[in-house]
Ligand binder design. Structure first.
Ligand SMILES: CSC[C@@H](O)[C@@H](O)C(=O)COP(=O)(O)O
Length: 350
């Protein structure tokens, strides 16, 4: 199993996802500003994984604050939280993890040193909990899959795998569970323009674990459905509003529309920490816009002539009515039942 974020020898080791699939290397992070940069540049990416990375970033920041005064310590920790918040706007797990760390810092009694120690334990707990959560999502997702055919052909978008979480994955957790249960015929992976997380990361991860995978370009998904090659779609999420509207990697919305047109189930797999009940609907989800370079360049080569303008939203919002079920660690929930069914995320404060 791949673990993209690991606490080791007093520092954080991140799998450098910008170098996959060319090479599997780790980057060692010792400082909070380096962690912020690693999130921004997508060395670590995927909603749950950036939440975990930010939690460790908060601890690294706590270690950098040279004071024994609790008030001064908390003030500076809030500023470090703000620096980490400003890295990427869409995935709510980032904000959730920073808030959880700040709450621990505010409420842990004792000296600054004791607070620091509790912050490290909390970051490690967030990491461990996410792994458990992904396994539960995998189990519930397997139960939600169509019973026919016996071996299903699934389609996914982007990378919502071990690389995007503590390990195991959300959407790929469902795929992995189906594979381990002997219920997966094949995974179809959208290449996922413009950054190619599907082609580069999902494919690499599947090959690493022996999961049969076929890569298609994003524009081939409708054709594959029309040809009867797909039994269900399963994707991850970056933020889910209270009504079930779901932000995920750009291209997810069009996939949901074509799945609906072909009467195929469309599943969103995500931990409860991705659900933002403070937002009524998807129109309130902030959508990250990234550099034009991601569009006009493939690798190091410019493919679009100079002079054009570019628009590069990194995420889109799939309306709840296109989603069959949201698969969380609590089970498969119909989007309309989300608010009613959702029991609060772990009340543990540390
Ligand atoms: C379990 S990860 C779910 C989502 O975060 C994933 O599908 C996605 O959109 C990731 O986007 P990225 O821009 O690569 O961080």
């Amino acid at each position: 199993m791949l673990y993209p974020v690991v606490w080791r020898d007093d520092r954080v080791a991140l799998i450098d996802q910008t170098r996959l699939p060319r090479e599997l290397t780790q980057v060692e992070i010792r400082r909070s500003d380096d962690m912020a940069m690693a999130i921004k540049t997508m060395i670590v990416r995927g909603a749950p994984a950036i939440g975990i990375a930010a939690a460790y970033g908060m601890y690294l920041g706590a270690r950098e604050i040279d004071t024994r005064d609790r008030t001064a310590f908390l003030e500076r920790l809030e500023a470090i939280g703000q620096m980490l918040r400003e890295t990427r706007p869409t995935a709510v797990n980032l904000f959730w993890a920073i808030e959880r760390m700040l709450k621990v810092a505010r409420t842990t009694p004792g000296t600054v040193e004791q607070v620091r120690q509790t912050l490290l334990e909390t970051a490690q707990r967030i990491n461990a909990e996410d792994l458990e959560t992904c396994r539960a999502i995998g189990k519930h997702g397997l139960e939600a899959l169509p019973q026919q055919p016996e071996k299903v052909r699934l389609l996914t978008h982007c990378n919502a795998g071990a690389l995007a979480t503590a390990g195991y994955g959300t959407a790929l957790g469902v795929v992995r569970s189906a594979y381990l249960a002997g219920r997966l015929e094949r995974l179809y992976a959208d290449e996922t323009r413009p950054r190619l997380q599907g082609a580069k990361l999902t494919t690499w991860e599947c090959l690493y674990d022996g999961i049969p995978v076929t890569v298609i370009t994003d524009s081939m998904a409708a054709h594959c459905m029309q040809q009867g090659m797909i039994d269900a779609v399963v994707v991850g999420a970056d933020r889910i509003a209270a009504n079930g509207d779901t932000a995920n990697k750009i291209g997810t919305y069009s996939l949901a529309l074509v799945a609906k047109a072909h009467n195929l189930p469309f599943f969103v797999a995500a931990p409860k920490s991705t659900i933002d009940l403070s937002l009524n609907d998807g129109s309130q989800i902030p959508i990250e816009e990234r550099d034009a370079e991601e569009i006009y360049q493939i690798g190091e080569t410019r493919v679009v002539p100079k002079g054009a303008e570019f628009y590069n939203p990194a995420f889109d919002v799939t309306p709840a009515n296109l989603i069959t079920a949201i698969i969380t660690e609590q089970g498969a929930i119909a989007p309309a039942d989300l608010q009613r069914q959702l029991t609060p995320s772990s009340p543990k404060s540390s």
